[in-house]
Design a protein around this ligand. Sequence first.
Ligand code: SAM
Ligand code: SF4
Length: 460
Amino acid sequence: MENDTIEIVNESKISGILERTKDPSFEEVKRVLKKAREKKGLSVEEVGVLVNMKGEENMKELFRVASLIKNEIYGERLVFFAPLYVSDYCVNDCAYCNFHSSNKTAHRTRLSLEEVKKQVEVLINMGHKRVLLEFGEDPKQADIDYVIDVIKAIYSVKTQKGNIRRINVNIAATTVENYRKLQAAHIGTYQLFQETYHRGTYKKLHKGPKADYDRQITAQDRALEAGIDDRGLGVLFGLYDWKFEIIALISHAEYLEKSGGVGPHTISVPRLCEAPTVKYTPEYPVSDDDFMKLVAIIRLAVPYTGMIISTRESAELRNKLFKIGISQTSAASVTTTGGYGKKTATAQFETHDKRSVEEVISDAVDNNILPSFCTACYRMGRTGENFMGIAKPGEIHDFCRPNGIITFAEYLEDFAPLELKEKGYRVIYHFLGLIDDERLKKKTSEHLEQVKKGKRDLFF
Ligand code: SAM
Ligand code: SF4
């Protein structure tokens, strides 16, 4: 199997890159940062230069370029979602996770479809339109048919305050046949984190079916074979040297593009958090400064891949990260199964941003960010290669800004108190004014008026 996966991540190649680039010259860093401005991405060797660069001037320039790219490609928008924990039964014993099988004190829960629907009602009432489903791996308690029933149950919930319009899914690596079922159930993105790309560390930290490194790293190939072309990658930072992980992650992204014709739709950057029964302490803790740096490097290396931050990070850090590369965020997340609106016992890990959706949105607006609840792309068939075909020449702006405006107006009408509504509309009209195409501006403006009159779910 080593040979099959060698093209995805080749450890000796990565060590060679880290060695060759360990002390990059000022000129070399300058050249790479200049190339990044072309928004065509970076080679793994160039990523090596950035992970190894030092010095305040270089860092300033890195963040400046990252925020320019973020603005040019994703503009002012920040897309919101919420994780939904459905079942925490798990046959794996991942060293870092509170759902690990050696946690014998956990009160395990698997939601009934009625309980799922109740959770969804709570999420809708918070303003959410997108969820990310989370399951522990357990072929008996949470088999694929149960996962599919959960997805159908969620899409079936329609309330006066709206509905969930996009379901992203984070389930354990599985078979092509099971991915076909997910695809047929109209999921958005399939996310699966490699956790660590370093084989030795991976082996040390996992027990159970997930301990199979090759099953994990080839999962996205099977997902694509099943027709899922919006795929999300991620690393759990803290398990191994972040410099190695970033080069490996970008190698994986390159591999997906080369082998399947389409790169990752998203990259998530979870960083290890404390968890009640977890004794494991991160062997390679990542400081806030390095975390900022790695987010900026990913932004430069794969400019057209959305980047996701969760409430594992503090409000203060998240606000900085939104500026340098993050395009999607969760808000007011609960990491216990069935824990929205009620207290439940077993959390997967502790979150560090406890703000309500309203507070996160209010802060975003103060920073001149346009919160977006858009779910239009996959509903319009703009996925995979088709999505990249629009995103790369920059045409995605034509859809995203208007859709962000319309969905944020829905949020303001249905959920916001007066003060937030007033400042929210100020941001909306500011960005409406920036739409260049006069016809599109007019159409967006008409949609906006319709939303104010009670019409919902309009999109381009
Ligand atoms: N059980 C599936 C799996 O492991 O792929 C589904 C996802 S699990 C609920 C979501 C992710 O949470 C994991 O992939 C892991 O990266 C992350 N995670 C686990 N323990 C964590 C911790 N202590 N701190 C931060 N993130 C953690
Ligand atoms: Fe189970 Fe996923 Fe937690 Fe591992 S990370 S113990 S697979 S829920």
